[in-house]
Design a protein around this ligand. Structure first.
Ligand SMILES: O=C(O)CCC(=O)C(=O)O
Ligand SMILES: [Fe+2]
Length: 363
C-alpha cells in the first residue's frame, strides 16, 4: 500500500510519552490536552454504571457444547454483535502461556531505551514500526500512547526491518501468537456467519488470503487522565479485531447509546470487536462500534491488538441477504485495498473513515 508521502507532512515535534513521563510532570503538554467535549470526564457522552458489561462468549460452547448449548451461545453471539459490536471471548483455545509470553515480550520492548526502539521508526503517514500513527498536521491533538505496529500476513505486507530483534524472543513469539489469533479469527468468522444465517465459510472464503496486522499500544501513567486520551475515538478498519489487554486498570471504552462503557479486563479472555468490513457486508446489521482508550494516573497499560481483514484486492459491498425494502443499501461497493489506504491516511475520528463507503440515502 502506498502511504502518504512523508515529505508532504508537517506534523511538528512529536514527544515520546514514555520519555515525557520520566520527568514526572504534573501537567501535560498542550498538544495532548483535548477540547472539552473530547475529555474523558467532561464528555458529551456520560459514564456507564460499573455494572454495565459487554457480553462474554464461550467459544468451547459454540464449537463443542452440543446442539442446545451451542444454539444458545450462537444467539448470545448474535445479540453481542448486533447490540454491542463488542464481546469478550473465553475458552478460545489460545494457551494462556502464549498470551503471557506475548504480553511479556511486548512490555520488554516498550521498556527498552528510546534509542533502541527508534531502530524501528514509523515514518509519518505509514502504519508500521515504532512511533506515532495517524498524525497528519501540526495542530492535531496527540494520543498519550506509544505504538509498535507490524504487518504480519500475508508475508508481502511485512517489513522485516521493522520487526524488533530485541527482545530476542519477540519475533518467534509474535509468529506463534499471530498463527493462533489467525485461527481464532477464522473460527469466530465462521460463527458470526452462522449467527447471520449465512453459510459458515461465507466470510472466510470471500476474504481470500486475509490481511493480518498487529499493533501494540503502551499507555504510560498520565498526570492528567481527565484531560487526555490514550487513543482517539475510532472504529476499526478491519473485519474483526482481537484485543488482548493487561489486567490493570480499565482503559478501553466503547460507545453504547449515549454512554462510554468501560471494558473490564477478564483474565485470559480476549476482547473481540466487529470492524468496518462486517458492518458494510451486513448493511449495518452488525456495527463497528466507536471506541477509545483512556489513561490512568498511577498505572500503565498495554494492549496487543490484531486486525484481521480481507485481502486488498477484494471488492466489498452489502450482501444481498441484508438489503431489502425495509433495509435500503447503506454502503456502495468499493475495493478493500482502497479503503485500507483511505483509513491509514486519515486521523482517527470516530466513525468518519466509513463515510468513504456510506450512501447518503434521501429520506
Ligand atoms: O488499547 C485499547 O484498548 C484500544 C486499542 C484500539 O482500539 C486499537 O488499537 O484499535
Ligand atoms: Fe480500535
Amino acid at each position: 500500500m502506498s502511504p502518504v508521502a512523508s515529505s508532504s507532512l508537517k506534523v511538528g515535534h512529536l514527544d515520546d510519552v514514555q520519555e515525557l513521563r520520566k520527568y514526572r510532570p504534573t501537567a501535560v503538554p498542550e498538544r495532548y490536552v483535548r477540547e472539552g467535549a473530547e475529555r474523558p470526564t467532561v464528555s458529551a457522552l456520560g459514564e456507564a454504571p460499573a455494572s454495565m458489561q459487554i457480553p462474554v462468549i464461550d467459544l468451547w460452547k459454540l464449537a463443542h457444547g452440543g446442539p442446545y448449548r451451542a444454539r444458545k451461545e450462537l444467539e448470545k453471539l448474535s445479540v453481542a454483535c448486533e447490540d454491542w459490536g463488542f464481546f469478550q471471548v473465553v475458552n478460545h483455545g489460545i494457551d494462556s502461556v502464549l498470551l503471557e509470553r506475548m504480553q511479556r515480550v511486548s512490555e520488554e520492548f516498550f521498556m527498552l531505551p528510546l534509542e533502541e526502539k527508534e531502530k524501528y521508526p514509523m515514518a509519518p503517514g505509514t502504519l508500521q514500526g515504532y512511533g506515532h500513527a495517524f498524525v497528519f498536521s501540526e495542530d492535531q491533538k496527540l494520543d498519550w500512547c506509544n505504538m509498535l505496529a507490524l504487518g504480519v500476513e500475508p508475508p508481502f505486507i511485512r517489513n522485516p526491518k521493522l520487526w524488533p530483534t530485541n527482545p530476542p524472543k519477540f519475533r518467534e513469539t509474535l509468529e506463534a501468537y499471530s498463527a493462533n489469533v489467525r485461527k481464532l479469527s477464522q473460527a469466530l468468522l465462521r460463527f458470526i456467519a452462522m449467527s447471520l444465517g449465512l453459510k459458515p465459510q461465507k466470510f472466510n472464503k470471500m476474504f481470500g488470503t486475509a490481511v493480518q496486522a498487529v499493533r501494540m499500544n503502551y499507555y504510560p501513567p498520565c498526570p492528567r487522565p481527565d484531560l487526555v486520551l490514550g487513543l482517539s475515538s475510532h472504529s476499526d478498519g478491519s473485519a474483526l479485531t482481537v484485543l488482548q489487554q493487561s489486567m490493570g486498570p480499565v482503559g478501553l471504552q466503547i460507545v453504547k447509546g449515549k454512554t462510554w462503557v468501560p471494558i473490564h479486563p477478564i483474565r485470559n479472555a480476549l476482547v473481540i470487536n466487529i470492524g468496518d468490513t462486517i458492518e458494510v457486508l451486513t448493511n449495518g446489521r452488525y456495527k463497528s462500534v466507536e471506541h477509545r482508550a483512556v489513561t490512568n494516573k498511577d498505572r500503565d497499560r498495554l494492549s496487543i491488538v490484531t486486525f484481521y481483514a480481507p485481502s486488498y484486492e477484494i471488492e466489498l459491498g452489502p450482501l444481498p441477504e441484508f438489503v431489502d425494502k425495509n433495509h435500503p443499501r447503506m454502503y456502495r461497493r468499493y475495493n478493500h485495498g482502497e479503503y485500507s489506504r483511505h483509513y491509514i491516511n486519515n486521523k482517527l475520528d470516530g466513525k468518519r473513515s466509513l463515510e468513504f463507503a456510506k450512501i447518503q440515502n434521501k429520506s
